[in-house]
Write a protein that binds this ligand. Sequence first.
Ligand SMILES: NC(=O)c1ccc[n+]([C@@H]2O[C@H](COP(=O)([O-])OP(=O)(O)OC[C@H]3O[C@@H](n4cnc5c(N)ncnc54)[C@H](OP(=O)(O)O)[C@@H]3O)[C@@H](O)[C@H]2O)c1
Length: 337
Amino acid sequence: MPASVNRQILLKSRPEGAPGLDNFELTESPTPEPGEGEVLMRIVYLSLDPYMRGRMSAAKSYATPAAIGQPMVGGTVATIVESRNPKYSVGDIVVGNGGWQDYALSNGSGLRKLDPTAAPVSTALGVLGMPGMTAYAGLLEIGQPKPGETVVVAAASGAVGSVVGQIAKIKGCRAVGIAGGTEKCRFVAGELGFHACVDHRAGDFAKQLEAACPKGIDIYFENVGGAVQQTVWPLLNDFARVPVCGLIAQYSATTPMPGPDMVSVLRKRLLLRGFIVWDFAARQADFLRDVGQWVRNGSLKYREDIVDGLEKAPASFLGMLQGKNFGKMLVRLVTEA
Ligand SMILES: NC(=O)c1ccc[n+]([C@@H]2O[C@H](COP(=O)([O-])OP(=O)(O)OC[C@H]3O[C@@H](n4cnc5c(N)ncnc54)[C@H](OP(=O)(O)O)[C@@H]3O)[C@@H](O)[C@H]2O)c1
């Protein structure tokens, strides 16, 4: 039986610069009832992702902004608790976009059933979900890694970066991570098995990065932009590839950052190509097959940073933007699933 009250975290206002807790509001409303063709989902895991910073803004982007006064948007793993849709039964576990709330309605579009015996269901929001797919498609389609090449990725302990470096290794490349702090670097080089990991907060970061990439950089998987990008740029080899995946260091900037040296883009014939994960939707079956197998046989590890309680979502989201998460950031709303 669903609870009678649905807690929701609404977008209260749009941030100027770095977002704060006052941009969110926790409210309670009656749990909705599914109409014909709909299901009611009880959300078990809510994914927190950097793209949500963009959805908080009204600025023109590839996706519609989150609406003021509406629940924040977000990927979720949920249990179907009521169904008036013949494709879904009570008890089914589904991945979809339920948003920051305890319960959500869906007409079934955009939902995918999960098999909890195949992998922990939370992985559908991380290593076997959108972030994993981003890493897989961006590295293989745009990066085109070849054995012996050097691949550098920042936010290397995170949801996307951790998968990028491990796939690079599987493809015979030298995987060099960049992460914030010694603990994350130890995890990336030790647990995940990257060949090296450099702390971008260290005073001699540039020197350390150069030492970790003795043959220069063939693929820079761009996750962060900002100061890290400026340090990486001079180390790019001729014909290097830069899958431009994310620029988290710049998402809350109020003045433009100095851009990359575009003269090098011309002189070294560098290829830069921005992408959105769903540009490669046709490769999702390949991704689930390959990464699913690598996770099951232990050649690809993943780490999750789980906090309990919907009310922790705003603070955890803001913490993630400052690097406080360690692994794929998730909120657990229900502990028994
Ligand atoms: N194009 C697409 O379709 C797509 C899809 C998914 C994700 N993305 C992008 O991929 C990137 C990584 O996303 P994720 O989900 O894997 O997040 P994540 O790495 O799990 O979490 C974000 C991490 O970014 C790092 N970071 C934050 N501010 C930074 C700064 N100023 N300089 C350097 N690093 C900083 C922090 O790690 P450290 O403490 O290690 O620095 C933080 O832990 C984001 O830019 C995101 O927008 C793009």
